[in-house]
Unconditional design. Structure first.
Length: 250
């Protein structure tokens, strides 16, 4: 009886073999690797039996395929299930990800695939923290129209301190272009806190003459910023009556 690690390596090798173009085009190889009662539920929603999948693969367009996050669990002495992520890349560079699961059965010492299923993975949107990084990078180009790449159609910016709301990417870009400045704006991210759909940044902003600090609350939906709520704290001198209790930050 094979050890679990040895069996896992062997099953992975068989999965990789089934991805090779020459094997997929070979009825003899496929007949040897697939069980007679083989069934596949493909990522395009179609169902195949052994004869059907062998016929379909003869007309398949060749893609480069790679396996990642491979895992195997042995169900019985003669049965194992494997799961992994498959990346299919075309010559044009387009990549389609799918989650795969296979059931393998050992017949007279040879492991054969008895069942396979593929489910296309939906595109994962960047987290709010990732979007904020892109936002401030684009702001740093001083091409404020470019920031629209991460702004939703219903984007709005709120400044509670001055009771202002700016709607839309165009007005946001125009506001930044028209804001008085002594030179290009530079943005330094001091801290980012957040998760999938919300984030907060603490950013230092300077035009080379004046320096301010902005605390910005981001709301993100499907990789786009729907709302910013921003506060600009005024710098103030520490009161003398707390001098015995505090010390300078810098």
């Amino acid at each position: 009886m094979q050890s679990l690690s040895t069996l896992s390596e062997h099953i992975r090798e068989l999965e990789v073999r089934l991805l090779q173009p020459d094997v997929r085009k070979s009825p003899n190889e496929l007949t040897r690797l697939l069980a007679d009662e083989f069934v596949e539920f493909a990522s395009d929603g179609r169902a195949y039996d052994k004869a059907g999948v062998i016929e379909a693969l003869q007309h398949e367009t060749s893609f480069r395929r790679t396996i990642s996050d491979f895992r195997m669990m042995q169900l019985a002495d003669d049965m194992a299930v494997a799961t992994y992520e498959l990346a299919r890349k075309s010559d044009a560079g387009e990549v389609v990800l799918s989650m795969r699961s296979s059931i393998w059965r050992c017949d007279a010492g040879d492991w054969r695939l008895i069942f396979h299923q593929g489910t296309v993975r939906t595109k994962k949107h960047p987290t709010a923290v990732e979007v904020t990084s892109t936002f401030w990078r684009l702001m740093g180009t001083n091409d404020f129209a470019s920031v629209s790449a991460v702004l939703a159609d219903d984007f709005m910016l709120d400044w509670p301190q001055t009771n202002e709301r700016i709607r839309g990417a165009d007005r946001f870009a125009r506001m930044n272009r028209e804001y008085p400045a002594h030179g290009p704006w530079r943005f330094t991210i001091n801290r980012v806190v957040g998760g999938e759909s919300e984030a907060v940044t603490d950013v230092t902003v300077t035009d080379g003459v004046r320096t301010d600090r902005a605390i910005t609350f981001f709301t993100v939906r499907e990789g786009k910023i729907t709302r910013l709520v921003e506060f600009w704290p005024e710098r103030a001198d520490a009161p003398a009556n707390r001098a015995h209790l505090s010390e300078p930050l810098e």
